[in-house]
Design a protein around this ligand. Structure first.
Ligand code: DAT
Ligand code: MG
Length: 151
């Protein structure tokens, strides 16, 4: 099996609202494997790099201020097709357009307070993981559940 990884982060509003546990639970229960996790308050420079594609958007300054306003729970999750499936678990960018059953569809209302981040493609996942984690912070391990999750 090829191992795919994605970068998932519980944003400051998700951390403040006690949603780290419920968000982790959804990825764990689906069968994905946690490879790295830390609580960090990102700097402005770090966030400007993370969201560099959005730098010309009118909401960019507010987005950077919000994302740096407190601790973020940064994670790497691993498994088959985890990038695309992670986005499906998160729901649409605008929570009001997210189906119930998704994280944003269950826990958020405003696009500027949408509680979690997930990489949108395999390439951006690689870039984001390298930006947020040192290689030695990422664990390579075989879950005891592996053979019960994959045929
Ligand atoms: P996503 O987080 O679903 O990948 P994105 O990369 O387009 O969405 O935007 C990054 C974040 O920026 C998004 O999670 C919330 C914020 N954002 C996006 N569009 C916005 C808007 N129209 N107004 C306010 N914030 C917005
Ligand atoms: Mg995005």
């Amino acid at each position: 099996m090829t191992t795919e990884q994605t970068f998932i982060a519980v944003k400051p509003d998700g951390v403040q609202r006690g949603l780290i546990g419920p968000i982790i639970s959804r990825f764990e229960a689906r069968g994905f494997k946690l490879a790295a996790i830390k609580l960090v308050t990102p700097t402005k420079e770090h966030l400007e790099k993370h969201y560099e594609d959005l730098s010309s958007k009118p909401f960019f300054p507010g987005l950077i201020a919000y994302m740096g306003s407190g601790p973020v729970c940064a994670m790497v999750w691993e498994g088959r097709d985890v990038v695309k499936t992670g986005r499906a678990i998160l729901g649409a960018t605008n929570p009001l357009a997210s189906a119930p059953g998704t994280i944003r569809g269950d826990y958020a209302i405003d696009v500027g307070r949408n509680v979690c981040h997930g990489s949108d493609a395999v390439d951006s996942a690689k870039k984001e993981i390298a930006l947020w984690f040192k290689p030695e912070e990422i664990q390579s391990w075989k879950s005891a559940q592996f053979d019960w999750i994959y045929e």
